[in-house]
Design a protein around this ligand. Structure first.
Ligand SMILES: C[S@@+](CC[C@H](N)C(=O)[O-])C[C@H]1O[C@@H](n2cnc3c(N)ncnc32)[C@H](O)[C@@H]1O
Length: 241
């Protein structure tokens, strides 16, 4: 049976008279130039480990076929240069890790770290993770969700761009399997309070501030936060099914 097409991804939505629909997204477009080592990693690994954006537009898109097996799926949103992705995936060989990152040089960098870590269970994709979580995942199908140092969007007028909101909390709660964990970390205390308020209000989640997750590798944005004198907050929620 053929499956219906999901709605158009962000950047591909147009009005009836052909104008691009402006959407509120949790990321800003950044440069796309690779360093020589990123280029090398991209050339060596992208065919096997990067899912092309257009693949999700094809009816019947199957994540399992990109991993080559059926296994519990962990989703990371905003993997950056991949320090957490590579380190944690190597610790969880029984799971598949799907990392969402719209910044291509970060994806290329991650490929190199994943190869160095000897992990075979990571795939990367550059489409908007919010759209993807809603349209590519069925309820209860995500084993674990990781959002480490999401962009804080500190200006009041940009708060609507923050990834973690009440609305996104409801979506995440619905996609996690009952008992599945959502692990978050931020170096922005005001965003931490905002996350906590939003997620505490979601009946499908329970949890709150937690000890630093011992397995969580230090990332570029955690280092930046610490260097700037900010304190780090880890939060862990569990989906109550
Ligand atoms: C501040 S960086 C943190 C990166 C990394 N987790 C770290 O700790 O170093 C946030 C990243 O999330 C990515 N991002 C934000 N919203 C996203 C979305 N909706 N889908 C995919 N990637 C997203 C951005 O491109 C950016 O690289």
């Amino acid at each position: 049976m053929s499956q219906p097409l999901p709605p158009a991804r962000p950047h591909l939505k147009f009005t009836a008279d052909g104008r691009r629909v402006r959407e509120v997204l949790s990321y800003a477009r950044r440069g796309s130039r690779f360093t020589p080592s990123q280029q090398e990693a991209w050339d060596a690994h992208h065919e096997k480990w990067v899912i092309p954006d257009e693949a999700v537009d094809v009816p019947g898109f199957s994540l399992a076929s990109w991993f080559g097996r059926e296994a519990p799926v962990i989703v990371e949103i905003g993997s950056g240069v991949g320090e957490a992705t590579a380190g944690l995936a190597a610790l969880r060989p029984e799971c598949d890790v799907l990392a969402f990152e719209v910044w291509r040089p970060g994806v290329a960098h991650t490929l190199g770290l994943v190869a160095d870590a000897g992990a075979e269970n990571v795939r990367l994709i550059g489409v908007d993770a919010v759209w993807a979580l809603e349209h590519l995942f069925s309820p209860g199908s995500v084993e674990e969700l990781w959002t480490f140092f999401p962009d804080p969007w500190p200006k009041q007028r940009h708060h609507k761009r923050r990834l973690v909101s009440r609305e996104f909390g409801a979506l995440a709660a619905s996609r996690l399997r009952p008992g599945g964990r959502w692990r978050l970390a931020t170096d922005w205390s005001e965003y931490a309070a905002h996350m906590q308020a939003a997620l505490d209000a979601e009946p499908g989640l329970e949890g709150g501030p937690a000890e630093r997750w011992a397995d969580r590798p230090m990332t570029r944005f955690e280092r930046k936060g610490i260097a700037a004198g900010r304190s780090i907050t880890d939060l862990t929620y569990r989906a109550v099914g």
